[in-house]
Design a binder for this molecule. Structure first.
Ligand code: SAM
Length: 574
């Protein structure tokens, strides 16, 4: 069954059997030196979806030491270790900050790429999406792991038309490194539609079978032996240093069948067969015949290694999910089409909001996606439901993401602080809020900020909502402390999220916080949400358990956009 894993991909990759995956398309952090926000539109969004800043700290040094240890027993790690040692010499001489960042980044990427190599089938391939920051280092790491001979392409994807980058040329492209595991790799050339100007220029001739262009019936090089170097109809190709070359069966236009034994005919016999079927063009002047190559038989233009026909996702595009660094579906569909077959397993170990997964599913491949942040899984789940009608647990498995209370308790039992944050992030995002805990925000786990439109008063109200998550038995002191945080932050509404029931005293405290009014509706300012199995059975229940103005119920990434649209409609109508 198709799978999404939530966790560190190194641990998860190490649990995958050898030679299990047919294709990897992956888009890791690029060592951009930036942190990305999952819900970039919301001014209060502080929680990082993922960080892409690197330092050669103890964790990076441990990762590097682990590569060295594994090099004793694995040829792949040995090659990786030697490659990184070579870099160390160069990078130690570089400006200190950036050199440490690159060393740390490579110590992170190296073992993950080594594991990706291990899980690929012998006929498998990998596409590694990166950019000029680290592509030159990554290429040598890939050479070390996959073998120089298995390098296939450096694809250039032009992701934007122009960029003003100070005293340098605008950086407008990403790089995608394409390697196969062996020479026996799956490959289906991909074609795009011809440029109409090219069609007009090249297919200048026309007959009852449609437009055609004239293709050569000979190829360079004199062949002394065999028929191809001998004259045909009095024309000797050897005179001009060439030999006859007849097109393959597939080039014959539809509706005219070549002789059954076409492949075994001599080249002269093939030419006779072509002429008998009117497929040879005899020029009015000169005597060199050509082959009539019909437009109807052309698959289009074979895709090359510079990709300029796939645009980045536009800001208003329906495809945009609000996840930072989301890549266009068309790009990943192209890669998957070229290097896999239907039914194959496609893996993305840095899957973000699931572009590879979506493309793989569309193309009838099986898939596995891994991402570290729980924030990525939400938009991914949504896109699988919206585009393919897929439901978790029924159509695919999610690991490391709670789908019932038992899993919530299991997640929390591990006692790891990060797991607690994962859970808390998950809980606040259920309400369309943004996780905030990591930034020392003074006592709340999630926040949302929205401009509410009040049609009665024809004015906007800026409103703020906060959430706090308690996984243990909640206490009245905690509820009081949260009320204080609400007051300090001028929050209109606060949601206190628990796994255990709240007491009568806590409810009393909530009543004392009073109500918030919007569009003649009254909402309790402090509300409780106890997560339970009823929620997992029907997540829509949230809208009855927690009462929020409509704008807050929308998915966070669409909240502001939709609100804007509503307002515009209102103004237009008004
Ligand atoms: C550049 S984004 C991928 C975007 C993706 N191609 C898309 O279209 O949505 C990189 C992703 O790698 C994830 N990531 C970073 N470190 C990871 C790790 N150690 N294990 C799994 N995922 C990781 C980040 O959370 C982020 O979602």
């Amino acid at each position: 069954m198709n799978k999404l894993y939530f966790g560190d991909n190194l641990e998860i990759l190490r649990e995958i059997d050898d030679a299990r995956v047919h294709l990897i398309c992956t888009d890791p952090p690029f060592n951009s030196g930036r942190d990305y926000n999952a819900f970039i539109r919301d001014s209060l969004a502080q929680k990082k979806a993922f960080t892409d800043t690197w330092t050669y700290d103890t964790a990076a040094q441990d990762a590097r030491a682990d590569i060295e240890r594994r090099a004793h027993t694995s040829d792949t790690y040995k090659a990786l270790d030697e490659c990184l040692k070579g870099y160390d010499a160069v990078l130690r001489r570089a400006v200190s900050g950036s050199s440490g960042a690159m060393r740390a980044y490579l110590a992170f990427m190296g073992p993950r790429l080594a594991e990706m190599h291990r899980v690929l089938t012998p006929t498998g391939s990998i596409y590694l999406h990166c950019d000029a920051t680290a592509s030159h280092y990554l290429k040598c790491v890939m050479d070390a792991i996959f073998g120089v001979e298995n390098f296939r392409n450096e694809l250039i994807w032009q992701r934007t038309s122009a960029h003003n980058d100070g005293k340098q040329y605008g950086r407008v492209h990403d790089t995608i490194l394409f390697y196969s595991k062996s020479s026996q790799t799956v490959w289906h050339p991909v074609y795009t539609a011809h440029d109409p100007a090219y069609v007009k220029r090249a297919y200048r001739h026309q007959d009852e079978r449609g437009p055609y262009r004239i293709d050569s019936l000979n190829a360079p090089g004199v062949t002394q032996k065999g028929a191809s170097g001998q004259p045909w109809r009095g024309i000797n190709p050897s005179d001009v240093g060439r030999h006859w070359s007849a097109p393959r069966r597939e080039a014959w236009p539809e509706g005219i069948e070549p002789p059954e034994n076409y492949e075994s005919l001599s080249v002269h016999e093939k030419l006779e067969a072509l002429d008998a079927n009117g497929l040879i063009y005899w020029p009015p002047r000169g005597n060199v015949p050509g082959f009539k190559r019909y437009l109807s038989m052309s698959k289009g233009r074979r895709v090359q290694d510079v990709i300029t026909d796939i645009n980045p996702i536009a800001s208003k595009s329906k495809e945009r999910l609000g996840y930072p660094t989301q890549k266009p579906l068309a790009l990943y569909e192209r890669l998957i089409k070229a290097s896999s077959n239907e039914g194959d397993i496609v893996l993305d170990a840095f899957c973000g909001c699931g572009t590879t997964i979506d493309a793989a599913h569309t193309l009838k491949r099986q898939w596995m996606g891994i991402d570290l942040t729980i924030l990525a899984l939400d938009p991914m789940r949504q896109r699988l439901a919206d585009r393919h009608g897929l439901q978790p647990s029924i159509d695919y498995h999610i690991e490391g993401y709670p789908t019932n209370m038992q899993e919530v308790r299991k997640l929390l039992k591990e006692g790891d602080k990060r797991k607690y944050h994962d859970f808390s992030n998950w809980a606040v995002t259920r309400l369309g809020l943004n996780p905030t805990r990591d930034v020392g925000d003074g006592g709340h786990d999630g926040a949302g900020h929205v401009t509410l439109w009040n049609p009665q008063q024809m004015k906007e109200t800026d409103a703020r909502i906060l959430a706090e998550v308690k996984t243990g038995k909640p206490t009245i002191t905690q509820v009081r402390a949260f009320c204080q945080v609400m007051t300090q932050n001028n929050a209109e509404i606060g949601i206190f999220i628990t796994l255990e029931p709240v007491s009568a005293g806590m409810r009393q405290q909530a009543e004392e916080m009073g109500t918030f009014e919007h569009n003649v509706q009254t909402y309790p300012r402090l509300q409780f949400w106890q997560i339970d199995d009823a929620y997992f059975a029907n997540p829509e229940i949230i809208n009855t358990l927690v009462r929020l103005p409509a704008e807050w119920r929308l998915r966070p990434t669409q909240k502001l956009e939709r609100h804007f649209d509503d307002r515009q409609t209102h103004f237009l109508r008004g």
